[in-house]
Design a protein around this ligand. Structure first.
Ligand SMILES: [Zn+2]
Length: 276
């Protein structure tokens, strides 16, 4: 458990307001994965990043998964300047934590289905380099998003619920979702020394991303919502939802485990898709 003072310091020096599992979170997942890539997968990743383009279609010079991991957020931030609905729903799937029924996925554009679609492009050597390069960037990013509990599971309040975090002041626009994506994530990354674990060599099924999403939805119910006072499947929570210090400390452990899981699964997936 993180010492209380360290946690407070980490929480206080961080600004909120991120709209998605933030860039540091995605970079952490990608770095765990890259360290576990097979020689064949690493060779292909390097080849696919040759000539990589940034959000403005300029040469990015990026060579590592941690550097390209937030590209889908970057292009969305550009696109919404002219189309506020650009990429809406692509990084999440709003599965109710109290229901077995999965959330809507319009035109297949939601987190698990997009991973499945882009994984197929990435594995297909007949696809153009540019298509495979972008598929790699989507897979790396969305694997991270899918393991963020609130990207795979929501309760009746929805992600936009008003929130208070004991011991810190938030921005007026902060919500339960942005707090998990931003300040709690940053607290989890602060002072974290990972014990490296081996990546699984087991074969993945095509629908593994959906299974991981369902697991993350169930984890969201168990670890994110049920610890909140007054949680019930039958009613909305009273807002603002108050996250006390014990809840914050618990969330740090949950987020670290999810980052680790996402990184190892990303490595397993890339090793399979990019095998010789
Ligand atoms: Zn995202």
């Amino acid at each position: 458990m993180l010492p209380r003072l360290l946690l407070m310091a980490a929480l206080l020096c961080i600004s909120g307001g991120a709209r998605a599992w933030n860039a540091q979170g995605h970079a952490a997942v990608a770095a765990i994965a890259e360290a576990q890539l097979s020689p064949a997968a690493l060779r292909q990743v390097s080849a696919l990043l040759v000539g990589d383009l940034d959000r403005n279609e300029k040469s990015s010079g990026r060579k590592h998964l941690s550097e390209i991991a937030s590209w889908p957020d970057e292009i969305r931030d550009e696109a919404v300047k002219t189309d506020p609905a650009a990429y809406k729903g692509w990084h999440v799937r709003s599965n109710q934590v109290c229901s077995e029924q999965l959330g809507a996925c319009r035109d297949g554009n939601c987190v698990d289905q997009l991973i499945i679609r882009y994984a197929a492009v990435l594995a297909d050597r007949s696809q153009p380099q540019r298509a495979r390069n972008e598929a790699l960037k989507w897979v790396v990013h969305l694997l991270g998003d899918l393991h963020m509990p609130l990207h795979s599971g929501v309760n009746r309040n929805g992600g936009g619920a008003k929130v208070l975090v004991t011991g810190m002041s938030l921005k007026p626009e902060d919500t339960f979702h942005t707090v998990w994506d931003g300040v709690l994530l940053n607290a989890a990354l602060a002072g974290w020394t990972r014990q490296s674990q081996p990546v699984s060599r087991g074969r993945l099924a095509v629908d593994s991303p959906t299974q991981w999403m369902i697991e993350t939805r169930d984890l969201a119910r168990r670890e994110v919502y049920e610890p909140l006072p007054g949680f019930s499947c039958d009613a909305k929570l009273r807002e603002p939802i108050v996250l006390d210090l014990a809840y914050q400390q618990h969330s740090v452990a949950v987020i670290r485990a999810q980052i680790e899981r996402a990184g190892l699964r990303l490595a397993q997936l890339l090793n399979q898709l990019l095998a010789d």
